[in-house]
Design a protein around this ligand. Structure first.
Ligand SMILES: [Ca+2]
Ligand SMILES: [Ca+2]
Ligand SMILES: [Ca+2]
Length: 275
């Protein structure tokens, strides 16, 4: 009995330290198992023959979203980390309206299209928008910006209008979004190469537990088009239900501690066996 308890405890502890916290991981979208596609969202083959998630196609007046079928439990402090690769292409009338990474708790539907980017009107939510159309003051008068939106309001709570990339470049772009519930800090990173930038593009303090009202959230993407449009494609996506930034190596001390705990379990087992 004692032996079993010690081993079980050691294994549980080791798993929690060394196993990945990944709960969603799509290297492509040849399968969308576990996802619900809403509105005009669909899978598609892009120009490079990749199976992508086309959250909205390059057609006017579209609204689409893709969310986890089941709510993900973010834990008591609502922490999460995610990374995705995306591409806006086949623009018409200069490309619009963008893509939003959304954590919402009420439903897994899409909001208003056009300048609403499929996010407008979603209550109890946070949206990180990649906006390629200038709708005026709420967009910082920019047609190439990243913003943090709350509770379905596309007038961003925080904006960066000096991006290192052009959203309408039709090139693959990479985004990293991390929320640390212990510090209440939401950080956004963006690059045109697959290498996580050291500096964040946006860093915003927000108590997500208060915004969401529950740690159980549908996570995914929304998009919209209006009189202008583009294919808004997500090419790959990883989501973790803890603060564990993707592409940041696990601290060596944690790995050593994990190994030590496993070693402890083995030692106890041997000493018990001798009796
Ligand atoms: Ca544009
Ligand atoms: Ca806009
Ligand atoms: Ca905007």
């Amino acid at each position: 009995m004692i032996r079993k308890t010690i081993l079980a405890a050691a294994m549980t502890f080791g798993v929690s330290l060394t196993a990945s916290a990944t709960t969603i991981n799509f290297t492509d979208f040849s399968s969308t198992a576990g996802l619900q596609l809403n509105g005009n969202a669909a899978t598609a083959l892009d120009d490079s023959n990749r199976n992508v998630l086309r959250v909205t196609p390059s057609v006017g007046n579209q609204s689409g979203s893709v969310f986890s079928t089941s709510a993900v439990n973010l834990g008591s402090d609502a922490s999460f980390s995610t990374k995705f690769r995306f591409n806006f292409n086949h623009q018409f009338n200069s490309g619009a309206d963008g893509l939003v990474f959304v954590v919402q708790t009420v439903s897994n539907t899409a909001g208003g299209g056009g300048g609403g980017i499929g996010y407008y009107g979603l209550p109890k939510s946070v949206g990180i928008e990649f906006d390629n159309w200038d709708n005026g003051a709420g967009d910082g008068n920019s047609g190439n910006h990243v913003g943090i939106d709350l509770n379905g309001d596309v007038n961003s709570a925080a904006l960066n209008t000096s991006l290192p990339v052009l959203l309408d470049s039709a090139q693959d772009l990479f985004a990293w979004i991390d929320y640390n519930g212990a510090t209440n800090l939401l950080e956004v990173r963006l690059s045109d190469v697959d290498s996580r930038p050291v500096a964040s593009l946006l860093s915003y303090g927000v108590d997500l537990v208060s915004v969401l009202g529950t740690p159980n959230a549908f996570v995914g993407f929304t998009s919209g088009t209006g009189l202008a449009g583009a294919n808004h494609d997500v090419i790959s996506w990883e989501f973790r239900d803890t603060f564990a930034p993707v592409d940041v190596p696990e601290p060596a001390s944690l790995l050593l501690l994990g190994a030590g705990v496993v070693g402890l379990g083995v030692t106890r087992r041997r000493s018990w066996a001798r009796r």
